[in-house]
Design a protein around this ligand. Sequence first.
Ligand code: PLP
Length: 400
Amino acid sequence: MPFLSATLDRVKPSPTIAVTGLVAELRAAGRDIISLGAGEPDFPTPKNIREAAKRAIDDGKTTYTVVDGIAELKEAVVAKFARDNALEYSTAEITVGTGGKQVLYNALMATLNPGDEVIIPAPYWVSYPDMVRLAGGEAVIVEGSIANGFRIKPDQLEAAITPKTKWLIFNSPSNPTGAGYHEAQIKALTDVLARHPHVWVLTDDMYEHIAFPGFEFCTPAQVAPFLKDRTLTLNGVSKAYAMTGWRIGYAGGPAHLIAAIRKIQSQSTSNPCTISQWAAVEALNGPQDFISDNVEVFRRRRDLVVQGLNNAEGIDCQTPEGAFYVYPSIAGCIGKTSSSGALIDNDEAFSKALLEETGVAVVFGAAFGLSPAFRVSYATSDELLAMACDRIRSFCAGLS
Ligand SMILES: Cc1ncc(COP(=O)(O)O)c(C=O)c1O
């Protein structure tokens, strides 16, 4: 009898975390590496939020709390949904977990039975398909083509729905492409869902606040209020407030789903870190103006990277609406050989040769379900980004 669970056969380790590990190894070996792999802002957590955490410690707010979040944080989340998304939730319709990642995992664990299908537009955040499989479901991948700005079309959604479909996972602006769906594009998808009342929407709005001029963020339950009773609106403080390590995510949804999520969480981690919860209360209720300053920094870097990459031979990089990623196509590089003799027959080979020959770390597109491409996270300094683009340009110029 094998010791390890068969569940492990259904999932792959996270490729983005693998890149982070490889970068650490190469740096330890003395290599000069520019990492464009990490999915986190390079800004510090704002001071008022750090101070709130220190106060929580000094005030002895260091014990267990109710499983899915203190009342103060749930109230702050209710106010946030009303303020930013015109969504009215009660505190019984709010759950808080250890990062958006845990809330997503709990929601899938709480709802999927063997054989249930979950529609996932590609390119997708790496964790979606594996989490679905861990929970016993089937991931149904629908490709958002480059030609359509990495968005799926309503007829593709319609064709993917079967009687077994339980969820559509929706993510705008997206990790890994930065692509955002405009209101009319969301409406076209929700019109399809109107005809399929058994399909729920799990909308991952993690990059809501990192939206560039010309793009106005909206979320499905806001665009199509009839969907609110079958939508889980997921968000968190990691990206907008530079709080990735604090591990606080939250969601709003029907009370019976929130209760099911609470039950799963009560038998795994219990409450998210108490101190982080108090920090998140301050993040959501405190000043919000620094967000637009950060977004302006990201916009400048986006433009720098898009231009830098489009100057590289064989690379075609679209300009995204939000987040801090670009997802350039490398169709023009496939089949070539690098100056040190590596055959670039797919995007994994491209990323490997790029790292070995130039010290620039990116994540290959196959990890996100759309090839040949790679993901760049531009949450790093302008200087490093300019240097990385130069190295990528000379790598591409050396392909023959
Ligand atoms: C699309 C998306 N959703 C969810 C998460 C999870 O965020 P966290 O668990 O830090 O709240 C991430 C983090 O990279 C993400 O990119």
